[in-house]
Design a protein around this ligand. Structure first.
Ligand SMILES: [Zn+2]
Length: 399
């Protein structure tokens, strides 16, 4: 038993003492919990108001989390600009993490069965009030797209529903994970990283992705960069990154890509395919990940893949329009196996915690993905920075 284990046990005992002191009153942290919390509410298009709401009384299954930080997602930017989900007024922010400061007496373990105590660092995943089967963490192979999530809920009388806030009110029936063993930046990156852990799991179902595979990753935004990192933690090293931005391609190499191809340096798909082939030493890719939302990029990527190779399309998180391909040349005659990937399963979410630890252990600069940090009261600037496509991952960090 090392000192970290001992520390954990002591923390657990102290937490239990705090948690079971009285029969019905919710457990209280030693630090005082304020009566109100600030919540960034999107009240009109492109405008958040930071509002103050009372912190409600906790029920026996509820958890109060003091927010430490939350990443800004493309979905947030989308809602900020156009309100496609018709949610205004809404408390956004779903890539958040924080510390448990109070919890109801029934709360003992997280969704993976790990003990939960005051002071633990946590993330939420989905809320499954309509589908109890999906809470079966061990058995769940279903992609959780479409489930409710904090940060995209209709406003109600609790209001503390999104991670762009001081406190999040986690209701019983929500998935929550104890991630106390991850640093703050890693915890902010869990949600986007889970998308890639899932995509790589989908890719593995083709049976084509193997140890020495040549893999092309097209698109070097946060998603493509995380894709490269996940592949590296799996031992795949022969990776060629494709993008039109030199800075992102340089980062792709730091993240573990062996070679990079700037599509702007090559006129036409034949020249571009030639460049990808050269980067693999005269071979086409065994497997490719399409990580952009561009229909042209989707159409192009088939050309980079060898006969009998595989493709994982994960760039179209939202409808980006139709792509034109030639089914004969691109799929049939080459016998390409394709998989689509969207969101993640609960199992992938938990696997992501291990991915982040392993990425750090092998020296991948995953934390460098967070290029901008804003305090809560500058949330409008944070969203505008995201919309201006500056930097990679923008985060709201409290304190
Ligand atoms: Zn997200």
């Amino acid at each position: 038993m090392n000192s970290a284990d001992i520390e954990k046990i002591v923390k657990q005992i102290i937490g239990e003492m705090q948690g079971s002191g009285t029969a019905s009153a919710p457990a209280k942290a030693s630090g005082a919990i304020p009566k109100t919390a600030r919540v960034a509410m999107l009240t009109s298009l492109e405008h958040f108001d930071v509002k103050e709401f009372p912190i409600p009384q906790l029920g026996d299954d509820d958890i109060l989390v003091k927010v430490e930080g939350c990443g800004v997602c493309g979905t947030d930017a989308h809602e900020f600009k156009r309100d496609p989900f018709s949610l205004i007024p809404v408390a956004l922010g779903h890539e958040g993490t924080g510390e448990i400061v109070a919890m109801g007496k029934n709360v003992k373990v997280d969704s993976a069965g790990k003990p939960l105590n005051i002071g633990d660092k946590v993330v939420t995943c989905m809320i499954f009030k309509d589908n109890p089967d999906i809470t079966m963490y061990d058995l769940n192979k279903q992609n959780v797209g479409g489930a409710d999530v904090y940060g995209l809920l209709p406003d109600d009388d609790i209001h503390l529903n999104g991670w762009f806030s001081d406190y999040l009110f986690v209701r019983g029936g929500s998935t929550i994970f104890n991630v106390s063993d991850l640093d703050l930046d890693s915890r902010i990156l869990i949600e986007p990283a889970a998308v890639l852990v899932h995509a790589v799991e989908r890719a593995k179902t083709t049976g084509i992705l193997r140890f020495n595979s040549r893999v092309a990753v097209q698109g070097c935004g946060p998603i493509g960069l995380l894709c490269i990192a996940v592949l590296r933690t799996m031992g795949i090293e022969n990776i060629v990154a494709v993008d039109g931005n030199e800075q992102r391609l340089a980062f792709a190499k730091e993240m573990g890509a062996e070679k990079s191809v700037n599509f702007k340096d090559h006129q036409g798909i034949e020249a571009l395919t030639g460049a990808v082939e050269n980067a693999f030493g005269g071979h086409l890719a065994d497997f490719a990940f399409q990580c952009t939302g561009s229909p042209v990029a989707h159409a192009n990527i088939y050309k980079f893949i060898r006969n009998g190779g595989g493709l994982c399309e994960l760039g179209f998180f939202i409808n980006g329009g139709d792509a034109t391909i030639n089914p004969h040349f691109d799929i049939c005659s080459k016998e390409i196996t394709t998989v689509g990937s969207w969101v993640y399963t609960l199992r992938d979410y938990a696997t992501t915690f291990d991915f982040l630890k392993r990425a750090k252990a092998i020296g991948l600069p995953v934390q460098k993905l967070i290029t901008h940090r804003f305090p809560l009261d500058q949330i409008n600037e944070a969203l505008k920075t995201n919309l201006a496509m500056q930097g990679l991952k923008i985060a709201i960090v409290n304190q």
